[in-house]
Ligand binder design. Sequence first.
Ligand code: PXP
Length: 241
Amino acid sequence: MIRLGVNVDHIATIRQARRAAEPDPVVAASLAMLGGANGITIHLREDRRHIQDRDLLVMRQVIPTGLNLEMGCTDEMLGIAVQHRPDQVTLVPEKRQELTTEGGLDVIGQRAAVLAGTKQLMDAGIPVALFINPDPAQVLASKEVGAIAVEFHTGQYADATTPQAEWEKLHAAAVLAHELGLHVHMGHGLNYLNVQKIVRIPYVEELNIGHSLIARASLVGMVQAVKDMKAAMMEHYPHKI
Ligand code: PXP
């Protein structure tokens, strides 16, 4: 079975739009686990635009297993990870201006920093995955810096109008990673349709999905949410007839 990691960042995005207390990504994470998620993924960004430090703290207490922390490879984040001990760290590239994580980590270009960060985490007993494009050179570099897993960026596959060529790149990269002894994860832009071809790629062990899942949750919950509000309005309505 392929594990599903549910990314709850967007729940925090809604909360931060009002700097309010709800919706709480920790509650969303617990519900996702009840629904059958195998793990929870959160991205603690340097600018704290969605997930906050408190979310990681509380999430670590209520999600017993499968907590995957996405983060940039910076001293600040490495310290936070070692302190809070997620079950896995996925190192991602991070630019403040981007809407979402736009490309894979350049493990070759940032080899020294990624190697040191990976070592620090692995020495602390935290397994490290590297979020990379399905590029053979990056897969080899990921192995060399000591990661135990790679997460292939599926964004180009998801965005392609004819995705076959991108799918083949993912397929070849998964085979190579497996041959090198790396665990294979995938994520970004996956939805209820394009996931069906992804699960046919061999050796995929984990998918991390956020946007499409939170988008659907917000819509399928709408009917109930409105019913609940109408009921709340009626409860103390003085002019009951
Ligand atoms: N995996 C990684 C490394 C990501 O950065 C993201 C987006 O935060 C995802 C998976 C989930 O992508 P999406 O929200 O498009 O499903």
